[in-house]
Design a protein. Structure first.
Length: 376
């Protein structure tokens, strides 16, 4: 099979898989029709990667990317336009291109781009501190991390333009911090695809409660990944960073002390996360019902593949005057609350209300509500 035949086969596979993804990710609800989901984002990134590697028409690629960047969560008009642009190359002679990774093979890596979900900030803080211990300098020229002051996007810069500019640099390596939160974030998945195309080096780190079998998307499965609480994996990671960035190695005894402190923090974070399995409960609405009951509408968000039940749920409400009301969900109600894999839903419940409290329901401030819970 010639190179042209291979490219045409890859193109047709992209088109065919696009229609399959559309079928599985299409949603019609309450008069709204849209396409959304991890598979859709992954397909879009594969299309971008194919075009960037094989099509030399800059205007064509920019037009496709402009459409693609708006497609997730929007109507199938965006999908139809992307498919139409892909089909325009069917049967056409696609000029062979030079692999940008080959062109940049001799470029020295000087900066680490940390691709992560903002909800995993505590893990990332510990990881950046570890990189500093390894020898990576504490400045934005050597580490980019959008969630940490000093390592983030400069004041006045456009977020997306800055990220695009960073990922197009030849001296960047990407450090993926994968988690359930990461795969729930469309911006993270877009970042993953863009990073795969433009970086010649990448390393994948998993948060402690995230399984290897959950890795998906544009991550190269042949690349070695490790969990951030794995001692042996950390030693290999340190050696790799020192070699890639051409750093002076610190004394190994000092490293062992740094690693011990880091692991202690990560284990603490992982234990806390495990108690909730990254589940979120948010107050949607509160309403007084009669003289002795209050109605709570709580949004339950399960980002994991696991089914979840609750040991307890305690809610602290606060009004605009600072008056508070503490309520515990009864065991009877807890028995009926069960979250399925990747479920996001609102549950309404009637709970006893202490009318002698100074708390005023109509002056409730939802953002000040505190909800504590544990997974059973």
């Amino acid at each position: 099979m010639s190179k042209q035949e291979q490219l045409q086969t890859q193109l047709q596979d992209l088109i065919d898989s696009g229609y399959q993804v559309r079928q599985t990710c299409f949603t019609s609800s309450q008069g709204l029709e849209y396409i959304s989901g991890t598979d859709y984002v992954t397909w879009i990134q594969k299309c971008k990667r194919f075009l960037k590697q094989n099509i030399h028409d800059k205007d064509f690629i920019e037009e496709f990317e402009e459409i693609a960047n708006k497609a997730e969560g929007n109507s199938d008009d965006y999908f139809d336009r992307m498919i139409g642009m892909l089909r325009s190359w069917v049967g056409e002679d696609i000029p062979e291109s030079v692999n940008p990774k080959d062109e940049n093979a001799q470029t020295k890596i000087e900066k680490i781009f940390i691709s992560h979900a903002s909800k995993d900030i505590e893990y990332v803080k510990a990881l950046v501190s570890l990189l500093n211990d390894i020898g990576v300098k504490k400045n934005q020229n050597n580490i980019f991390c959008s969630s940490l002051p000093g390592y983030d996007i400069p004041h006045g810069e456009s977020i997306y333009e800055f990220l695009k500019k960073e990922l197009n640099k030849n001296n960047i390596m990407v450090l993926f911090v994968l988690s359930d939160n990461y795969y729930q974030s469309a911006p993270c998945l877009n970042e993953m695809g863009a990073a795969w195309i433009t970086s010649k080096e990448s390393t994948t780190v998993l948060t402690p409660n995230f399984d290897f079998k959950q890795i998906a998307g544009a991550i190269d499965p042949t690349k070695i990944s490790f969990k951030m609480n794995n001692s042996v994996g950390l030693d290999k990671f340190r050696d790799s960073i020192i070699q890639t960035l051409e750093l002076a190695a610190t004394d190994y005894k000092i490293w062992q002390g740094d690693k011990k402190n880091y692991l202690s923090k990560i284990i603490e974070l992982a234990d806390s996360e495990a108690s909730t399995l990254n589940t979120n409960i948010e107050l949607e609405k509160v309403k007084r019902c009669g003289t002795d009951q209050i109605e709570l509408q709580l949004r339950f968000i399960n980002v994991t593949e696991k089914e979840i039940e609750f040991q307890y749920i305690d809610v602290e409400l606060a009004d605009e005057n600072g008056e508070k009301l503490c309520i515990s969900v009864s065991d009877e109600l807890l028995d009926d609350i069960k979250l399925m894999s990747k479920e996001n839903k609102i549950i309404s419940m009637l709970l006893p209300y202490d009318s002698s409290s100074n708390y005023q329901v109509r002056r409730n401030v939802s953002k000040n509500a505190k909800i504590k819970f544990a997974i059973s």
